[in-house]
Design a protein around this ligand. Sequence first.
Ligand code: MLT
Length: 214
Amino acid sequence: MTTTLPFIHRFEPAEAPGKPPILLLHGTGGDENDLMPLGGMIAPGSALLSPRGKVLEGGMPRFFRRLAEGVFDEADVRHRAHELADFVAAAREAYGLAAPVAVGFSNGANIAAAVMMLRPEALSGAVLLRAMVPLTDAPAAAEGSLGLDGKPVLLLSGAMDPIVPSDNAARLAALLGASGAEVEQRVLPAGHGLSQADVNLARDWIGRLAPASA
Ligand code: MLT
């Protein structure tokens, strides 16, 4: 289903009551279709909302601009995080959704982390697959508590990830934790790509979340 909301997106309504809605955020070169099957596997019965990133890099959709691999245009990260949070608010109203749990992969995980930092009210939690720190001057340090109190975050990192250094992922876990999120980080024997262990861990973690209330 599509509406006139300001991102190209796909939406599948919930098939079971009380399941947390899921915001699917694809990686570089993906689109709104990419993670729909993953969403169905890890959050069966949940509503799925899947926007397409608006930034193009050599024709490949992304959620914010980067200057090089792992080097981000942080002004754009901030701008795009607010734009995405505004989309989530509009989609919640249009579709009657509770605050979603973001499930982001790679660039999608990085924008999800930025939304958690800048607009914590937009999300009720996040599964961050192969994420890294999206902002060097994360607002936790500059602006005190971020209102992430108790929000659950599952960070799944790859021990052999050539894009995300392990100390960077650990720093992201620490930053979100210092802002009050309940962070669980697992480092898997994997690279940047997803493995079956990611699917199993994400499904079990989402299954343990409290029922959603709109
Ligand atoms: C990013 O640009 O967000 C990260 O380098 C991950 C990627 O998309 O390759």
